[in-house]
Design a protein around this ligand. Structure first.
Ligand code: GLN
Ligand code: ZN
Length: 758
């Protein structure tokens, strides 16, 4: 009998109930009790949803982030917060956000650093450790949840971030060796496991996704040591890995002294045979067969063809699960009432994925006939997707095959282009610009909502957006900026806006996925070959340009970012979808150029985050990602200036690829690093122009002109001044005009003063 279980369920709620509950609490509109009650309700609901499974995760729920919860459970709370009065809930929010409900500025503390959870778009609060960190168990909340789950009638399987992954994801604030803490950490895990054992817990899931990385010996030994130490605990341990192949860690993972191993059989299906062969005969193998990172229906018949012999071989030792926690997919496809029914029939969100798991287990345990109807329906959907002419567009496929390297090459080298552009655009030294968006005011958002609901006509909506554009242009002229932007009032989101205008994309109404804390994203779904039926931005930019003699930048989202922030096709390589996006956006670039737009920015905010987990795969990704950008950008003439923007500045390992993009100007986020992050551009002798951000757009603070001058002096120590631009770190859509205007004024004043002193 194959057992089913789940590794984690989306905690935010199908209608983002948790988001709204916690935001109300932060604003002081509801009490802590109300929030805690809401959390308990959501947990109960989630367990009910999963009650058809053999084992149900407990401890996957979180009010902010499960890694932050882990830190609290291990007694590893930063001293700046642990010394404050207040409940655990409030202190947790203080670490997460710098403040909790009712905190005034005097009480605010520095928030913990936040970073991406492996290669997902989920972000966790980085645990802070140093050589003196001590751990003490403080996990009553988890024990309480175990009791709640039992009362809800499910078989709980507590989920913990494993000790090695916890240290791997921690940051030593004193640069000490994190691994040295393992000896102090393990007894606390052991104590927790023993307490769970006393509560009658049979299995505990210990997440060690660190096992899908290339590990050096010290980390491999840490994994061995950790589980040698935890082996004697009462509950059985399921070491759980996901997001990739175990590869050379198969031997290590299979031979740990634990009762079970979970492996990602979506990303790592090819190595499952090797795992089965390597796994000692007393161990359970949990195969993550349903994709926890994407929204497509699984091909159940195909999976069964593959699984049946494995099930025969493993018998009771086979468990089935999603590949990873379902945190990374939306909750319920049935909430989508407006989606195209044909495309909807190809999809599965979290609840539907659990249904698929039950069908698979039913077929393996009782024979396919026992679940015949469900299998037939699934086969129909799979066949409909395969045969659909809405997925396949032969002309698009042909165009992608016809791409030649020449299409990604500018006519002349940067130095010649720079000369042509200087004459054509007539820009001063230290030209000033912004990254694209201006404040998305309440009026703008309301107009869009009204228009979407049909309460504001297209003409009136466009007129209102044009008025907004005019106001932005006038303001920029008044401020004295050199290269203007239209301000992006008509865009809800930099990916959705373009996706909605491209064939091959579909949108959900409620397909929210937690990004961090209460913040969710609704990734568009890329289902078919990508075609641009008509120009997407030309009218807006042409209108903006008609209002001024200064150059206005056309503003586009690049192919790699479109791809990395979407749910993508699983029926063709990502690189193929990326090429199709590149061709579509290339047409837009050429249309903008033909419309007289001389400066075009192509944002690649998500290029870096697409890097694979294993370094050995980086170059292959960078090659096709950069090639896609080049195809998008580089079909223009010498006089047209291409900008790109990236919201980060750790270019250490990728500088060569960034240079190969060959954008005339790259704007990056650097203000908080004191320009030190430009060192890598300096060492590499990066040849083109750079706009290092001079102020942090995440903060309402207005930079003084001297601050900007100081930063630009530091920049000029690293990059020749002829190649420097002055701009903020990123777009300004989350700010207010009352902050934006004075900040930009100071920025422009600083630029003038730098020019005068030249
Ligand atoms: N052009 C976009 C903006 O200004 C860029 C956003 C981003 O880099 N995330 O909002
Ligand atoms: Zn940015």
């Amino acid at each position: 009998m194959a057992t089913t279980h789940n590794l984690g369920f989306p905690r935010i709620g199908g209608k983002r109930e948790l988001k709204f509950a916690e935001e109300a609490y932060w604003k002081g509109e509801s009490s802590a009790d109300e929030l805690l009650t809401r959390g308990a309700e959501l947990r109960r609901q989630n367990w009910q949803h999963q009650s058809g499974l053999g084992l149900v995760p407990v401890g996957d729920f979180s009010f902010y982030d499960h890694l932050l919860d882990t830190s609290f459970r291990l007694g590893n709370v930063p001293a700046r917060v642990s010394k404050l009065d207040g409940s655990r809930l409030d202190n947790m929010f203080r670490v997460a956000r710098g403040r909790s409900a009712g905190d005034d500025d005097a009480n605010a503390v520095r928030a913990g650093e936040m970073t991406k959870w492996f290669d997902t778009n989920y972000h966790y609060i980085v645990p802070e450790v140093d050589a003196d960190t001590a751990f003490t168990l403080d996990a009553d909340d988890l024990l309480d949840q175990v009791a709640e789950a039992k009362a809800a009638g499910v078989t709980p399987k507590p989920v913990l971030v494993g000790p090695v992954t916890y240290l791997w994801l921690s940051k030593a604030t004193d640069d000490s060796d994190r691994l040295a803490l393992l000896d102090r950490l393990l007894p606390v895990y052991r104590e927790l496991l023993d307490q769970l054992g006393q509560q009658g817990i049979d299995w505990v899931q210990l997440d060690e996704p660190v096992l899908v990385y290339d590990l050096d010996n010290a980390w491999k030994q840490a994994v061995q040591k950790a589980y040698d130490t935890l082996a004697g605990a009462a509950p059985k341990l399921m070491v759980t890995t996901y997001f990739g192949e175990l590869a050379d860690n198969i031997g290590l993972a299979c031979n740990l002294p634990v009762a079970g191993l979970h492996a990602d059989a979506v990303k790592g299906r090819d190595e499952v045979d090797r795992i089965v062969a390597a796994l000692p005969e007393d161990k359970v193998l949990s195969l993550g067969v349903i994709d926890g990172r994407n929204i497509w229906k699984a091909d159940l018949a195909g999976l069964l063809d593959w699984l049946e012999p494995i099930a025969e071989n493993l018998g009771d030792r086979l468990w089935l699960a999603p590949s990873c926690s379902l945190l990374h997919v939306p909750v319920d496809l049935n909430s989508e009432t407006k989606m195209d029914p044909e495309i909807k029939s190809w999809l599965a969100f979290a609840l539907q994925k659990l249904g698929e798991l039950e069908v698979l287990a039913g077929a393996l345990n009782q024979g396919r006939d026992a679940v015949r109807q469900a299998l037939d329906r699934n086969a129909e959907a799979i066949a409909s997707r395969r045969a659909s002419d809405r997925v396949d567009n032969p002309a698009v496929k042909q165009a992608a095959r016809d791409i030649t390297p020449d299409m990604g090459k500018r006519d002349s080298a940067y130095s010649e282009r720079a000369e042509a552009q200087r004459q054509h655009l007539n820009l001063p030294a230290y030209p000033t610009t912004t990254i694209g968006s201006f404040p998305q005011t309440k009026e703008i958002r309301q107009a869009r909502l009204k228009h979407r609901k049909g309460n504001l006509s297209r003409e009136d909506y466009v007129a209102q957006m044009k008025a907004e554009i005019e106001r932005s242009i006038r303001e920029q002229e008044k401020l004295g900026l050199d290269v203007l932007v239209h301000g992006e009032p008509e865009r809800n989101d930099m990916v959705e806006y373009f996706g909605e205008q491209l064939e091959g994309y579909v949108f959900s109404q409620h397909g929210w996925v937690q990004s961090f804390g209460s913040r969710c994203v609704k990734p568009p779904i890329l289902y078919g070959d990508i075609k641009r039926p008509e120009p997407m931005t030309v009218d807006w930019i042409r209108y903006a340009q008609s209002l001024t003699d200064k150059p206005v930048k056309g503003m586009l989202t690049g192919p790699v970012t479109m791809l990395n922030w979407s749910f993508v096709r699983d029926d063709q390589p990502r690189s193929e979808s990326c090429k199709q996006l590149a061709l579509a956006i290339r047409q837009e670039v050429l249309d903008l150029e033909a419309a007289g737009v001389n400066v075009i920015q192509i944002d690649e905010a998500a290029l870096r985050e697409g890097l694979p987990l294993r370094r050995s795969q980086w170059q292959a990704y960078l090659d096709w990602a950069v090639e896609s950008f080049r195809i998008t950008a580089n079909g223009v003439g010498d006089e047209t200036q291409i900008h790109t923007h990236m919201c980060y500045s750790e270019f250490n390992d990728i500088i060569e690829s960034i240079a190969h993009m060959d954008a005339d100007v790259i704007t990056i986020e650097t203000s908080r690093s004191n320009m030190e992050l430009l060192d890598v551009f300096d060492h590499f002798a990066y040849p083109n122009e750079i706009g290092p951000g001079v102020y942090d757009i995440h903060s309402p603070n207005i930079p003084a002109p001297d601050q900007v001058i100081d930063l630009m002096r530091k920049a000029a120590e690293r990059i020749p001044r002829e190649r420097l631009w002055i701009n903020p770190d990123c777009g300004l859509k989350t700010r207010q005009w009352a902050e934006v205007s004075p900040a930009l004024q100071n920025m422009v004043d600083a630029a003038r003063s730098l020019r005068d002193k030249a």
